[in-house]
Design a protein around this ligand. Structure first.
Ligand SMILES: [Zn+2]
Length: 274
């Protein structure tokens, strides 16, 4: 699933490629992912890109009239291709531009959504959009305010990180990385953290997302379309040695999700085995 650093880097690349360009051809490969009150071909023909933004895990393309808002969910990715290049089976939407570049949205799992908004249609009406908290990579809170807000929720750390209403843009991968960095077990409750642990939690969130942006920027190819995960320290590293203490990394279940952690650096809360 693309998370804050992924979307942040993709946003920057797309903005460079798209702003000022006009859509000259619209090709729909999978209508299932599209949400629009009128045919997408008509709604997007001859529209011009004015800005590319992201909000949490949503990418937003502002047009001279209306906008396109995309929630890539598990597997949605953007690619920049030459318009002549053959479309793949899972290309859901292709927008050919006036410079013969092609903005393609591919979704192997068909779970993402592409909302085409007309002038006057509100983004806040999109499922999950209005409730988004502040951006994970641009937190408006200092350590003290973060601690207050976190403690007020009384939640488990991993659930809190992944709650898009608390902070927007963190998913499974960066939640694991942040908690490993902070040396905190995912199932600890915020209310049990000492001041020192809370400080580590805050610093880890800020640092891991900032580092993620740098690493994704360095690893992302010009045509986009891949998920950069090489820089991860624990996510996907089951059985490999913890880079800090050398203990094998463990993979376990967390609700419906997989989580990875170091059983030595991240001791479980009292009364729990791991
Ligand atoms: Zn360790």
């Amino acid at each position: 699933m693309p998370e804050w650093p992924d979307l942040h880097v993709v946003r920057g690349r797309l903005e460079k490629a798209l702003v000022g360009r006009e859509i000259v051809l619209v090709r729909v490969g999978d209508p299932l992912v599209l949400r629009s009150t009128r045919p997408v071909e008509t709604a997007l023909a001859h529209r011009r890109f004015t800005r590319v933004r992201h909000r949490g895990k949503f990418l937003i393309f502002d047009l001279d009239q209306g906008a396109i808002v995309v929630n890539p969910m598990l597997a949605g990715v953007f690619e920049l291709a030459d318009a002549e290049e053959k479309l793949t089976r899972t290309t859901a939407l292709s927008l050919v531009l006036d410079d013969s570049n092609d903005l393609r949205y591919r979704d192997d799992k068909r779970m993402g959504k592409v909302y085409v908004l007309d002038e006057g249609e509100r983004m806040d009406a999109i499922h999950g959009f209005a409730e988004l908290g502040p951006e994970a990579g641009d937190l408006p809170w200092d350590e003290r305010e973060f601690a207050e807000r976190a403690r007020a929720t009384r939640r488990e750390l991993r659930n809190l990180l992944m709650d898009q209403g608390f902070v927007a843009g963190i998913g499974n991968a960066y939640a694991d990385e942040i908690l490993w960095e902070a040396k905190l077990h995912p199932k600890r409750r915020v209310t049990t953290l000492s001041d020192e642990e809370m400080s580590r939690f805050y610093r880890a969130l800020v640092d891991v997302i900032a580092r993620g942006v740098r690493d994704v920027e360095a690893g992302m190819p010009p045509e986009l379309g891949t998920k950069i995960r090489d820089h991860m320290r624990v996510r996907g590293h089951k059985g490999k040695l913890c880079p800090r203490c050398g203990t094998p990394i463990v993979k376990s279940r967390h609700g419906l999700d997989d989580m990875y952690l170091c059983p030595r650096c991240q001791p479980p809360p009292k009364g729990q085995i791991r």
